[in-house]
Design a protein around this ligand. Structure first.
Ligand SMILES: Cc1ncc(COP(=O)(O)O)c(C=O)c1O
Length: 359
């Protein structure tokens, strides 16, 4: 082992996909933007294809092209409009587009080719999307054009915290499309969080990201049947003895309260392990938690192994289970130490960590 590994758990990933499919009774559109939430686009697309997933969602044209390289028959949905300069690449690679701006729609119409489009309605997120009032004009324009209307969608701002408000957005969506014929269209409004309580299968596709990757965050009580899809492991690369009163790493941010044995492991914020993990963060070595003992650096972390029997090259669990399976560090733990969200922890895991499928 050189530096750090991400161990990818295929069985857990497939289980999560099958569970979500069964729960929602909807087609899944797996969100694989930002390197498939750190897992690697190739791995996520190949594995999900085995589980029967036929739709993938991305944030950029280049991500979309990567998906197509691994799943030629898959449908790939761009979640936001790219710049007009990308239209030729979109045509060549046959990507589906989420659209909501007149200028972009005009550019697609002027191009003259057939493009698969999904109209986005703003039902409360106020980030992207037509207002409900404008929706029908654009619906009609697209119907009479070279564009192939495939779906209608929206996105929720509070799906993970507020079921009532999310249901208001759903009602607004339903009212907005009430007097159009949507029988041949894909209606996709759910992300992971709302998939646990919007069980109305007339919305026939759900765009799931974080739940597929094993993290359940939703506004309702729900037994957690999702399983973690990755672990991050590294090794002890250095051991040193330091005296009480000394301090280690940049800023000498914590003075040692006793004579200590300090271990170093080759992972840092350059690998996506976040800087704010100190002072609350921990790792696991030989089935014991060890506290971080100085600031996280770009390539190394330091932690206290005074009470643990260790040697160089011992395995260090940064995220995942201890060897005996009794201790665990979750994505949510790391997010909490860093006062951030689970999505940011996963999507920041850099390409420097080698990804290896384990089971
Ligand atoms: C438009 C859209 N749909 C779906 C998702 C998936 O969200 P989640 O990871 O919470 O399932 C995202 C994620 O950012 C998104 O931007």
């Amino acid at each position: 082992m050189d530096r750090g590994f991400i161990y990818l758990k295929k069985t857990n990933f497939l289980n999560n996909l099958l569970y979500l499919k069964e729960l929602t009774q909807k087609n899944l559109c797996l969100v694989v933007k930002a390197n498939a939430y750190g897992h690697g686009i190739e791995w996520a697309v190949n594995s999900a294809t085995e589980a029967g997933v036929a739709w993938f969602a991305v944030a950029s044209v280049d991500e979309g092209i990567q998906v197509k390289e691994h799943a030629k028959k898959a449908r790939v949905l761009l979640l936001s409009e790219p710049s007009i300069s990308q239209i030729e690449k979109i045509r060549i690679n046959n990507l589906d587009l989420t659209v909501y701006n007149e200028s972009f729609i005009n550019a697609l119409i002027d191009n003259g080719s057939t493009f698969n489009v999904h109209l986005k309605i703003d039902t409360g997120m106020h980030r992207l999307g037509f207002s409900p009032e404008k929706f029908k004009d654009f619906f009609r324009r697209i119907e009479d054009s070279n564009l192939n209307l495939v779906g209608i969608c929206t996105h929720f701002p509070l799906a993970d915290t507020d079921e009532i408000e999310t249901k208001r957005s759903i009602k607004l969506f339903e009212n907005t499309i009430a007097d159009i014929d949507s029988s041949n269209l894909i209606l996709h409004i759910d992300n992971s969080a709302s998939s646990f309580y919007n069980l109305d299968s007339s919305f026939n596709m759900a765009r799931v990201g974080i739940a597929a990757y094993g993290v359940q965050i939703t506004a309702v009580d729900n037994e957690n049947k999702l399983k973690p899809t990755l672990e991050i492991k590294t090794r002890i690369s250095n051991l040193q003895t330091r005296k009480k009163g000394e301090a280690v790493s940049y800023g000498k941010a914590q003075t040692l309260s006793r004579d200590s044995i300090i271990a170093t492991a080759p992972i840092g914020y350059g690998d996506g392990y976040p800087w704010n993990s100190f002072p609350d963060g921990k790792v696991i070595v030989n089935n014991q938690f060890c506290n971080l003992i100085g600031r996280v650096t770009m390539d190394q972390i330091l932690f206290d192994v005074t009470d643990v029997n260790v040697q160089i090259d011992d395995e260090v669990t940064v995220l995942g289970n201890s060897m005996d399976g009794k201790l665990n560090i979750s994505v949510s733990d790391i997010a909490q130490w860093n006062k951030t969200i689970e999505w940011e922890i996963l999507t920041n895991m850099s390409k420097r960590l080698e990804r290896v499928e384990v089971e």
